[in-house]
Design a protein. Structure first.
Length: 221
């Protein structure tokens, strides 16, 4: 049982990475062999629309044809039983890197073929997946401005391609190590710290349970 965790934040030890690490510990607890990938360490671009993966008798077999530093990661994703993607919210969406990664991950597994009204994909079983989003917005405000609708479009893509996906949010995140060095009056450091101390441990627990749940689902698949 292999699980892969993909960090779409440029920061390797902040909110998104912490959530992914916690999900990874949950998956490890269930016996999965786990790997964390930091996208910002990898030199890659999004889909170049070469359509090599859509050719008749294509040799791609669900892995993007582009030969760059991302390819080994995509090959390992092809072997994975569980895939978890994490991203901070940048201007209401996942980071550009995470979106570029999704293009390269999802498009080769999907096809332009339909059978009995169903989209045919090049996977032989359900791969449980999840999207973890962290954001500065408080929970009530992010609902008010429709973040779930926008962000869960990504989860829908993952569910369509891999057969199962879910979304986990961590809101009102603590952004800076030392707030005294930054200019801001939109929020107070004290409120942010209190919220982090009261809520982030629960967010991490939810991520841990998510990791456990996805491995359980992969065993059932
Ligand atoms: C370029 C940029 C754009 C951002 N846009 C938003 C946004 O639209 N909504 C929001 O809630 N937070 C926004 N944030 C805040 C981050 O989503 C938030 O701090 C996140 O938890 C950071 O994740 P990290 O700690 O893993 O880097 C933005 C941050 C940056 C750097």
């Amino acid at each position: 049982m292999k699980a892969i965790f993909v960090n779409g934040s440029p920061r390797k030890n902040k909110n998104t990475a912490d959530m992914l690490q916690s999900a990874m510990r949950g998956a490890q607890e269930m016996g999965a062999e786990c790997e964390m990938v930091h996208l910002y360490d990898i030199d890659f671009k999004g889909c170049k629309s070469c359509f090599a993966c859509k050719l008749k008798n294509s040799k791609c077999n669900g892995v993007c044809a582009l030969k760059d530093d991302l390819r080994p990661v995509l090959e390992r994703c092809r072997e994975a039983d569980v895939i978890v993607l994490g991203s901070p919210v940048y201007y209401s969406y996942p980071t550009g890197e995470l979106r570029s990664f999704m293009e390269r991950l999802c498009f080769p597994v999907g096809t332009y073929l339909y059978e009995n009204g169903k989209h045919i994909t090049l996977r032989n079983k359900v791969i449980p997946t999840a999207m973890i989003f962290t954001m500065n917005c408080p929970e009530d405000y992010m609902k008010q401005i429709n973040y779930p609708t926008l962000l869960e479009e990504n989860t829908k893509v993952m569910a369509d391609i891999f057969g199962y996906s879910e979304t986990l949010y961590a809101c009102n995140t603590y952004q800076f190590n030392d707030y005294s060095r930054y200019d801001f009056n939109l929020f107070s450091e004290e409120d942010k710290r209190r919220y982090r101390d009261e809520h982030f441990p629960t967010d991490l627990q939810n991520a841990y349970a998510l990791g456990q749940r996805l491995v359980e689902k992969a065993h059932e698949a």
